[in-house]
Design a protein around this ligand. Structure first.
Ligand SMILES: Nc1ncnc2c1ncn2[C@@H]1O[C@H](COP(=O)(O)OP(=O)(O)OP(=O)(O)O)[C@@H](O)[C@H]1O
Ligand code: SF4
Ligand SMILES: [Mg+2]
Length: 337
């Protein structure tokens, strides 16, 4: 088996709640919010892993952990099987450059006073490109890669549309020479027609540069178009994962089914972040057993007390649901002579 480009093993991020004086005096146990809880995932070179879930499901926290912008409470992130924490300095530097970010809001991620050429050049300088001529040539190349004429390097972010600013964010991420981009809701702030253009750009760059993506969104319709594999998060835990084709053809977990029923096709209208019936529980005190049991139309007694484990089912999918426990996955395909 080949080593994945990116792997998360047992990744968790728990945020402690400050205790009130009364809780402190009463010696009440410290409470934590399990934003990300024991998540395993892998991303292969040149492929797209989609991460989906409602608001507060832990998508951005997971993204920050993969980008190493936050330290995990437990678990680890490996790139090519190595952790930047234990690699030598030069290797750790390279591993960090391998994974870059594109965020939802290019308004806040770009400095309004810098020309877009300078914003991209900044990344090249930090990356150690000392020759000004080389940097200028590379900026022109990157602008062209994201669909802009080189002459636009003198424009300021305010002179561009939302989609244009997102292209600049992508060019900045590319300037570091990454092998993987973590894109957190990169098209959610854009009009539907512009969304399609930016998704096309992501797909073209993937083909041209063999890039891998972790594509974070609350919109399954976006993932149907772009993802090879999908991870569905609910209250910080993976409830379903597997190949995108199988998941869209027959989602196994009732939560994925509800998300999919609520998601209109790309290009018609956008899904909302609260499209699933029932109230999202307080993430600080999630329900016992299956955390989805308060909203699930198939809830059984066991669901209220026992947490289901991720279980392999047909089509390469895995779901954490008592409905699927004991199900038999597809047998291995017969060996070809
Ligand atoms: N720094 C923090 N301190 C405490 N709690 C946090 C922190 N960051 C996130 N959380 C909590 O962790 C949970 C997951 O948040 P996160 O932002 O990862 O969700 P999300 O899926 O990205 O949501 P959205 O779709 O709204 O962007 C939420 O309940 C959030 O309030
Ligand atoms: S474990 Fe039970 S409550 Fe949870 S999704 Fe499955 S059927 Fe629904
Ligand atoms: Mg988020």
């Amino acid at each position: 088996m080949t080593t994945p480009l990116l792997e998360a093993r047992g990744l968790s991020k728990h945020y402690p709640f400050p205790r009130s004086v009364r809780q402190w005096v009463g010696n009440a146990p410290a409470r934590v919010l399990r934003a990300v809880d024991d998540v395993d995932l892998t991303v292969e070179s040149g492929r797209t892993l989609g991460v989906v879930g409602e608001t507060g499901s832990g998508k951005s926290t997971l993204g920050r952990l993969l980008l190493r912008l936050e330290r995990p409470t437990s678990g680890q992130v490996l790139i090519d099987g190595s952790s930047p924490d234990t690699a030598g300095a030069a290797r750790a530097h390279q591993l960090r450059r391998d994974v870059q970010v594109v965020l939802q809001d290019p308004y806040t991620s770009l400095n309004p006073y810098l020309t877009i050429g300078s914003a991209i050049e900044e990344v090249l300088t930090v990356g150690g490109m000392t020759s000004r001529e080389e940097r200028r040539a590379r900026v022109a190349e990157l602008l062209e890669q994201v669909g802009f004429p080189a002459a636009w390097s003198e424009r300021k972010p305010g002179q561009l549309s939302g989609g244009g600013r997102q292209r600049v964010s992508i060019a900045r991420a590319l300037a570091a020479g990454p092998r993987l981009i973590v894109a957190d809701e990169p098209v959610s702030a854009l009009d539907v027609s512009v969304q399609a253009q930016v998704l096309n750009l992501f797909q073209r760059l993937q083909r041209e540069l063999d890039l891998a993506y972790v594509f974070i969104t609350h919109d399954l319709a976006v993932l149907e178009r772009i993802a090879d594999r999908v991870v569905v998060l609910y209250l910080g835990r993976v409830v379903e994962t597997g190949p995108a084709d199988a998941l869209f053809a027959g989602p196994a977990h009732p939560y994925t089914q509800a998300l999919l029923n609520a998601a209109p096709a790309l290009g018609r209208s956008r899904s909302t972040s609260s499209a699933v019936a029932g109230e999202l529980p307080d993430p600080a005190s999630p329900p016992a057993g299956c955390t989805f049991h308060t909203r699930c139309p198939f809830v059984m007694d066991v669901c209220r007390t026992t947490r289901p484990r991720l279980t392999p089912i047909a089509g390469g999918l895995q779901a954490a649901c008592h409905l699927h426990e004991g199900s038999t996955p597809d047998p291995d395909p017969p060996a070809t002579p």
